[in-house]
Design a protein around this ligand. Structure first.
Ligand code: SF4
Length: 186
């Protein structure tokens, strides 16, 4: 894994995050809050991307403070972030979630985690793909894969459409999507 600094994170989210993480990232920026499932899915991904613990705390605090206040963040949410980095509890160094794990999760009302190819309505997915810059033709191909429940293939086609490059191995992990994207863009 490389490293990522806070000043680059918005730019990189746009260019190299898979849709599942981009959606969580945008919701966090918009609502200044994410429920537990979202904090886990995005938080561990960001750790995998190379966001250092101190930067992660600053990142989450900047958003959550606007919703619940800095004091409540320190009391209720900072622990979870340190925990993800293996600094609390059993001190396990948790690994980022794979696509399989994310696809088989069951987000409830108000949750933003999960895999958009699996969990978004067709309308919302089309809108999200459009916003990512996927052309009409490619959107049709993605929707065909979704209808056949081939979510990771749908994500792979999205990757290929956005990057104008093939991804022969297919997408099986959000951090792999990120790394492959960086390799192409850098
Ligand atoms: Fe994320 Fe994987 Fe779904 Fe792509 S296929 S959006 S990387 S969970």
């Amino acid at each position: 894994y490389g490293e990522i600094s806070l000043k680059d994170i918005d730019q990189v989210a746009k260019s190299s995050f898979p849709l599942c993480m981009r959606h969580l990232f945008e919701k966090l920026r918009e609502d200044h809050h994410l429920k537990h499932g979202g904090r886990m899915q995005l938080g561990l991904f960001l750790k995998g991307v190379g966001l250092k613990l101190d930067d992660a705390l600053a990142f989450w605090k900047a958003e959550f403070s606007r919703k619940v206040g800095a004091e409540r963040f320190d009391k209720e949410y900072a622990y979870g972030i340190r925990h993800n980095y293996g600094k609390e509890g059993k001190r396990t160094d948790y690994t980022p979630y794979s696509c399989q794990k994310i696809i088989s999760s069951t987000p409830g009302v108000g949750d933003h985690h999960g895999c958009p190819y699996r969990h978004f309505s067709e309308e919302n997915l089309r809108a999200a793909l459009d916003k990512m810059g996927v052309g009409n033709r490619a959107v049709q191909d993605v929707m065909d894969k979704v209808r056949n429940r081939h979510y990771q293939l749908a994500c792979t086609l999205t990757f290929e459409a956005i990057h104008g490059a093939s991804c022969d191995a297919g997408i099986n992990h959000p951090n792999q999507y990120y790394n492959d994207s960086k390799n192409i863009l850098e």
